[in-house]
Design a protein around this ligand. Structure first.
Ligand SMILES: *Cc1c(COP(=O)(O)O)cnc(C)c1O
Length: 401
């Protein structure tokens, strides 16, 4: 999308606004599948929680993606988008047995991440094959150290509990058709990830009915110039070779699965907001936009850096700004950021606004959640209306007092 396209979309649909470009989603999807083209059966399950608009799900499914879901509601959204249940995996954490049974009744693959539910589920439904989520206790962090910490992570069944898993399988006669890990950390050093994969391969040898091995996600995308990103091509090359070798020794062609969220949609998204006020104080210049952490919370929640461009005045002289919001709470998007001169009424575009942005939006300060637009085949399509006052009233029950 060009700057002119973005301005036209902001003009047509108002601000604040999320815009997603399908071209970028498609190139990322193809890049990933190409990197693993040497493996016969590869499954990319898009992590719905990153961006759950049904039109986005439909688009990614049209490329061949399945869906990775973490709640029964996400399962329903994926089904609503036309994704067949057998292409949906449900990977919840800490949910009730009832919710898991609900997912089974909808026909999706379930992934169990604790021994208590594994035992209860296996006892009640020994005929339903399940995937189990293993915690390999490896954190592939930002450096080359292999940290075997993370022992207290709430995710997955510890690799050290393998004997207990096996005891449950013997007692219940249930079938394990997949094993999974998702460390939640960035794959910056391919070798660290491969080290974690070895642990998963070793675990896999304990199960004789596997159909797939799911390596989760962790693909890192650049947020600013010079950022380290996952070398997907090198990763694909190395893991594919190792995976094929494993399948040979296992004696069966397994499916290699991934569940990227950020990698597929982060860079495809822009968040557009309008500058209401430019305010000089004794120490800084504030640019106050018509938004806040109610619409984009990542900078405040995780300290994430989103590049900000003044698309209304790209040639303006650069100055240092603090970009803040309009809600009654500290809501700093960027501090001391060099941006081309900002005037009241200008539109600012935030990069990397596809993943974990709209899906984390709220109604704090009784503001409406923004509209969403899909940029597809060089045309804008409204895929979610801006909320209205009725949405704020919808579930309120007004009583006589
Ligand atoms: C969130 C999540 C993902 C996606 O992670 P990204 O960093 O967005 O790629 C994948 N798998 C599971 C189980 C998740 O919870």
């Amino acid at each position: 999308m060009t700057r002119e396209n973005l301005l036209a979309v902001a003009e047509a649909y108002g601000s604040p606004l999320y815009v997603y470009d399908t071209t970028k989603m498609e190139s990322q999807y193809k890049r990933l599948t190409k990197a693993f083209s040497k493996v016969k059966q590869v499954k990319v399950n898009y992590a719905v929680k990153a961006l759950s608009n049904i039109s986005v799900l439909k688009f990614l499914h049209s490329l061949g993606a399945g869906m990775d879901t973490v709640s029964i509601q996400e399962v329903k959204l994926a089904l609503e988008a036309g994704v067949p249940p057998e292409m949906i995996i449900y990977t919840p954490n800490g949910v009730s047995l009832e919710e898991i049974e609900k997912a089974v009744s909808l026909g999706v693959q379930i992934n169990i991440d604790n021994l208590s539910i594994l035992e209860q589920f296996g006892t009640k439904h020994p005929k339903t094959p399940v995937c189990i989520r293993i915690n390999p206790h490896v954190m592939a962090g930002g450096n080359t150290n292999i940290s075997v910490g993370h022992i207290d992570s709430k995710f997955g069944i510890s690799i050290h509990q393998m004997p207990h898993i096996q005891r449950i399988l013997e007692n219940t006669k249930m079938t394990i058709n997949g094993i999974h890990m998702h460390t939640g950390s960035d794959i910056l050093d391919v070798d660290v990830f491969l080290y974690a994969s070895e642990i998963l391969f070793e675990a896999a040898t304990h199960f004789k009915d596997l159909e797939f091995i799911d390596f989760g996600s962790g693909f890192k995308v650049p947020y600013k110039a010079g950022d380290v990103e996952t070398n997907v091509e090198e990763f694909g090359e190395k893991l594919s070779e190792r995976f094929n070798e494993f399948c040979k020794s296992y004696g069966k062609e397994l499916t290699l699965a991934f569940e990227p969220g950020k990698f597929l949609v982060s860079e495809a998204g822009k968040f557009l907001a309008k500058v209401n006020v430019v305010k000089q104080t004794t120490s800084t210049v504030f640019a106050q936009i018509d938004s806040g952490f109610n619409h984009l919370i990542r900078p405040m929640l995780y300290g994430s850096r989103h590049e900000i461009h003044n698309i209304s005045n790209p040639e303006g002289r650069e100055r240092f700004y603090s970009v803040v919001g309009y809600i009654c709470e500290t809501d700093t998007f960027a501090n001391n950021r060099r941006i081309s001169e900002i005037r009241e009424g200008d539109i600012l575009a935030f990069d990397n606004a596809g993943a974990y942005c709209f899906t984390m939006a709220s109604n704090y300060n009784s503001r409406y959640r923004p509209a969403e637009v899909l940029w597809h085949h060089k045309k804008a399509h409204l895929i979610r209306k801006r909320e209205t006052f009725d949405d704020l009233l919808k579930n309120q029950v007004v009583i006589d007092l």
